[in-house]
Design a protein. Structure first.
Length: 139
C-alpha cells in the first residue's frame, strides 16, 4: 500500500515527517471513541460523572491490542506511537462538552448560552450522533 511504503525507508516504515500527522489523525479519532464511550458508560449523561480513567481501565487490553494493530498497519515507529501519550486521549482526563460537539460534527449546533452544551439531554444527543456507525444506524 502506498501509504505504508517509502523508497527512503527500506523497512517499509512511513518516514516520521509523514507518519506523525497520520498517527495524530488516527489517535484523535480513537480519542473521540474513548470520550464518547466513557460518557455513555456513566449512564447519567452528566460530564462531572465521567471517568475516562475508569473506562480505559476496563478496556485496557482491547485498547492495547488496537494500538498495536495501528502500529503494525501504519508501520509506525515507537517514537511516532508515543504521540498517543502526548495527546492524552488514553489517560484520565475531563471530557469537555466542546469535545463532544466536535465528535458529533456540530450537528446539534451551539446553543445559547454555550454552557447549555453540558445539559444531560444535549450530552446524550451528541454522544448518540458521535457514536453512530454505518453498521448500526439506530445507535
Amino acid at each position: 500500500m502506498a501509504l505504508t511504503r517509502s523508497l527512503e525507508w527500506g523497512d517499509g516504515r512511513v518516514p516520521p515527517a509523514r507518519a506523525e500527522p497520520m498517527a495524530r489523525a488516527v489517535f484523535a479519532a480513537l480519542g473521540g471513541v474513548v470520550e464518547i464511550g466513557a460518557v455513555r458508560a456513566t449512564g447519567t449523561w452528566l460530564l462531572p460523572d465521567v471517568s475516562v480513567g475508569a473506562f480505559l481501565e476496563s478496556w485496557q487490553d482491547d485498547l492495547r491490542r488496537l494500538l498495536e494493530g495501528v502500529r503494525v498497519v501504519g508501520r509506525f515507529s515507537g517514537e511516532v506511537m508515543a504521540v498517543a501519550d502526548e495527546l492524552g486521549y488514553f489517560a484520565d482526563h475531563d471530557v469537555p462538552a466542546a469535545s463532544l460537539l466536535l465528535w458529533s460534527e456540530g450537528i446539534t449546533g451551539v446553543p445559547q448560552p454555550p454552557e447549555r452544551l453540558e445539559e444531560s439531554e444535549l450530552v446524550r444527543r451528541m454522544c448518540r450522533i458521535g457514536g453512530r456507525s454505518s453498521a448500526d444506524p439506530a445507535a
